[in-house]
Design a protein around this ligand. Sequence first.
Ligand code: FAD
Length: 659
Amino acid sequence: MIEIGRAPEARREQTMIQATERSILNSKIPAGPMAEKWSSFKANCKLVSPANKRKHTIIVVGTGLAGGAAAASLAELGYNVLNFCIQDSPRRAHSVAAQGGINAAKNYQNDGDSVHRLFYDTIKGGDFRAREANVHRLAELSVNIIDQCVAQGVPFAREYGGTLANRSFGGAQVSRTFYARGQTGQQLLLGAYGQLMRQVDAGRVKLFPRREMLDLVQVDGVARGIICRNLVSGEIESYAADAVLVATGGYSTVFFLSTCAVNCNATAIWRCHKRGAYFANPCYTQIHPTCLPLLGESQSKLTLMSESLRNDGRVWVPKTKGDKRPPHEIPEVERDYFLERRYPAFGNLVPRDIASRAAKAICDEGRGVGATGYSVYLDFGDAIKRLGQATIKERYGNLFAMYEEITADDPYHTPMRIYPAPHYTMGGLWVDYNLMSTIPGLHVLGEANFSDHGANRLGASALMQGLSDGYFVIPYTLGDYLASNKLPKVGTDHDAFKQAVAGVKDQTARLLAVKGTKTVRDYHWELGRILWDQVGMGRNAKGLTQAISDIRALREDYWKNVKVGGTGDDLNKSLEFAGRVADFMELGELMARDALERNESCGGHFREEYQTEEGEALRNDKDFCHVAAWEYQGEGAVPVRHQEALSFEAVHLAQRSYK
Ligand SMILES: Cc1cc2nc3c(=O)[nH]c(=O)nc-3n(C[C@H](O)[C@H](O)[C@H](O)COP(=O)(O)OP(=O)(O)OC[C@H]3O[C@@H](n4cnc5c(N)ncnc54)[C@H](O)[C@@H]3O)c2cc1C
């Protein structure tokens, strides 16, 4: 394995992968000053010659911004790429749903932005629980992403004079968010898709839509392939390669109700975890403050209202408890703009964790609005008076239309009603600086890795990270890996593939054989309620302990009483979901366990026992300034918790303040 600070010559001598070293969490951060680490890595990493690139096959699971960008970039370099997704088209990856924008330290506004400021805001936004060197690289690469996407023709919003426009997102006092109305993810994905299809046409990418990765195959401890279910024919298929890249997105659908599409899942990363990849910080989930509120049991998701709306929308509730008057009858002096009151420096644009907790606290006090009392107003009245309805429509028209379509309320005339909902998962598979997991050859990109966001992700930073991983980081780090290791050719006739296929078939048969009475949806809903109540916005030791035992009981019952109709031999949505929910049951328990072990509050992880007098998160840097990375120990067994210490040299650890 490549070691920190080892001279390039010494690294070149290395030819063998030592899978046994994998229990040591070596982040492999390059030596040298913070701002030079990435340049130094690029200058010293090993390269694969064009003739040799053609000999390598790379599996990329996922076609979202991270996977799509990686597949296109690697093929452009000359590698053979096999690219998989569960949807019928790469364009339907969930990145398509991203609304508000993507950050970059271009400083087009001349308002004081810089690479260092974006780096600092991201580290602080993540409550000092991210790896400093990764975040600095991310901030450096942010500027390249915009250039790359503009060159692809991504239609970012522009000013009258033609320059790219920016808006603000939470946790920043500058305007650095590039956007394409409320469809930024879709436009960026079309850019990546164009590049991907160019490579499909050139014969260097082979696409495999409607495939679900159900297992990782290792040969001699090294990732060499995957097992998939063909979601249309039901066939179990094997694919071999020289390296496996997993970019399968986040897992907040574990809560059942989230801002994500119901198809989002943790299966690929969870199965890798069960094969030996450590799972980092599973309890760091982001609850987004501006979503449609829960109205009943028939909702399948809680639609997001982009954070960009907080540029112009003002969040408020009535000052008086139980005030049931409609919003337009409540005079200005009787309104509490609680974010502006509590956080005057950042106002409505405080980071998501802070805005979410503030909304919950107000509703718990009995000042929430709507039938359930669990929502707050997001009001555009002032902005419309100041800027006119046409400007607001230009900025957020599609979001307003979406809100009206779902709620039948016109937000140009009545304030939106919003409430926090599970959104983004900062936890994920542990990776080193090179994006490699604890399994040699298995690389993890985008939301699927434990990422660069620490305990809380700032808005508009996920797209930045996914594209940075895919377009700019992995083309270098994967080359270094391939050039540094001897990888004998392996085919799908290897015993390791046969064993993995047998395991996948066995799990499918077990699920179909239960023939119980409760639907997969019933179980998923119950799991989601346990997680939302005990592992949601507020957590405490008693609730977390209870959650672990409740989830264990639910899981046991699942395997005795779940009803999965149909067969394994053709398209079977019930079977697909059953496998995913089985994984969610195990992941949910790990989330609770991780939250229980982390005796501090930081970012999205708010332990009620650890808070300041003003109700803000109280970190414990002495004992918890580390990444927790969990090692799987077998079904039902308690996993082992490892730690990667976090050290900060370019920023000072400080109590986060947005006041
Ligand atoms: C409603 C919404 C709005 C958002 N808005 C913003 C925003 O404005 N700015 C921002 O920065 N971030 C935003 N985010 C977050 C951001 O969109 C995501 O974090 C990011 O797009 C994730 O990209 P990804 O490539 O990692 O994964 P995804 O785009 O989720 O792609 C996952 C891919 O993996 C495939 N896959 C999954 N499981 C399997 C499997 N088992 N086998 C085979 N293939 C599999 C899927 O088919 C898909 O191709 C938003 C998120 C949501 C939900």
